[in-house]
Design a protein around this ligand. Sequence first.
Ligand SMILES: *[C@@H]1O[C@H](CO)[C@@H](O)[C@H](O)[C@H]1NC(C)=O
Ligand SMILES: *[C@@H]1O[C@H](CO)[C@@H](O)[C@H](O)[C@H]1NC(C)=O
Ligand SMILES: *[C@@H]1O[C@H](CO)[C@@H](O)[C@H](O)[C@H]1NC(C)=O
Ligand SMILES: *[C@@H]1O[C@H](CO)[C@@H](O)[C@H](O)[C@H]1NC(C)=O
Ligand SMILES: *[C@@H]1O[C@H](CO)[C@@H](O)[C@H](O)[C@H]1NC(C)=O
Ligand SMILES: *[C@@H]1O[C@H](CO)[C@@H](O)[C@H](O)[C@H]1NC(C)=O
Length: 398
Amino acid sequence: MKSSTSQYPVNSVSKLFNAQLHFVRFLTYILILGFGVTIGVIFSFYLKDCTFSLQFTQLSVSALPRKASMQPPPPPPPITETQTSNHSHVGLKEFLKPPPIMHDMDDKELMWRASMSAKIPEYPFDRVPKVAFMFLTRGPLFFAPLWEQFFKGHEGYYSIYVHSNPSFNASQPEKNSVFHGRRIPGKEVQWGNVNMVEAERRLLANALLDVSNQRFVLLSESCIPIFNFTTVYSYLMNSTQNYVMAYDENSPVGRGRYSIRMLPDVSLRQWRKGSQWFEMDRELALEVVSDRKYFPIFQQYCRGSCYADEHYLPTYVSINFWEGNSNRSLTFVDWSRGGPHPATFMRSEVTVEFLEKLRSKRCQYNGNSTNVCFLFARKFLPNTLSRLLNLAPEVMHF
Ligand SMILES: *[C@@H]1O[C@H](CO)[C@@H](O)[C@H](O)[C@H]1NC(C)=O
Ligand SMILES: *[C@@H]1O[C@H](CO)[C@@H](O)[C@H](O)[C@H]1NC(C)=O
Ligand SMILES: *[C@@H]1O[C@H](CO)[C@@H](O)[C@H](O)[C@H]1NC(C)=O
Ligand SMILES: *[C@@H]1O[C@H](CO)[C@@H](O)[C@H](O)[C@H]1NC(C)=O
Ligand SMILES: *[C@@H]1O[C@H](CO)[C@@H](O)[C@H](O)[C@H]1NC(C)=O
Ligand SMILES: *[C@@H]1O[C@H](CO)[C@@H](O)[C@H](O)[C@H]1NC(C)=O
């Protein structure tokens, strides 16, 4: 009680004092507020698209720690330009972006991913169909300059994929080359071994990841184009057929390579032979990467002198998809000289007449006879390059 009586005079002094204090506080608040508003205004002008991007920043900040809960507090989120300014424009285009050419998928993962297809057949956007040029090579692409000349001016209508032996470690093609960054993760390939077909399927699977690819051509480092790009493109896009060479050869190098252990899924009557250099549409490519019935049989029973690369696709396609197949190859190969390897053309053989001859053979195309039979040819020695480059504009129109 003592204290309460003596409190009174003290209170009046403190009231005065408090009033001053309030005023000072008030001033401080005003100053802080003004400062804050100024900073805010400057900041928002600096960011230009204020509220939306700030909200987005907050969202992504709060979402981050959950992902990395085991780690120390993350550094400020690396919000890139695209994330902040284009976050509201994630359209179909973004969903359909093919993954980087060099990825870490193993074959099993890759085949599974590549086997995906749309159940709705109509594309809800303008799809420019592309031709996938798939190069199965050991080492360098000697004819790269010729192909560069061939592709020039047709960007957007083709994709390139290169499968080389992993031991081939040359430097990247130059930045402005069409082959720059187009090498896919490859594995060891031996001539005549079933791993050659594994590489072909790997190429197809990688090319299928791009939804724009509609036709798929397999080529080697010794292949050359013998028509210009516009002719090749129209020929393939307008074609109603696939070009997987398949025939029945009654000889030791044909039926002789069949193994009875492939029964009951593959009979001798169904056994086919053909050149490995195929061309096919997206539907057939999807079937090839999804095949889990026939390919394992070939992996198991078509080894050594069986040469799976000359039998798997011809047999598989003839059993299941013969209706859409022309049974011929679009790549000219000269077997007339005999032996296990086709003829290799030398520099002196490459003349105007020689190329004209290759370009004017007769074939069936969409059920009609045509004089454009082969679009590509092999095998050419690297030293033919300069002649081919010289003759290309005059004879092959590219
Ligand atoms: C945002 O998207 C537009 C149109 O899609 C594009 O032109 C622009 O470059 C994009 N901005 C950034 C920063 O990526
Ligand atoms: C390429 O491989 C060879 C051995 O095969 C090695 O000696 C060489 O250093 C490699 N070059 C590069 C650039 O990795
Ligand atoms: C397909 O053929 C038609 C008529 O022959 C032609 O007009 C059209 O341009 C061709 N398509 C392509 C993609 O070349
Ligand atoms: C291709 O060969 C199959 C038999 O394997 C045959 O049924 C089909 O008619 C052939 N197609 C053409 C276009 O010759
Ligand atoms: C074959 O050609 C003829 C005339 O050139 C044409 O009338 C016919 O429609 C063609 N057939 C096919 C299947 O394209
Ligand atoms: C492409 O080649 C064909 C003949 O094969 C020719 O008629 C056409 O003019 C060529 N196109 C270009 C763009 O040179």
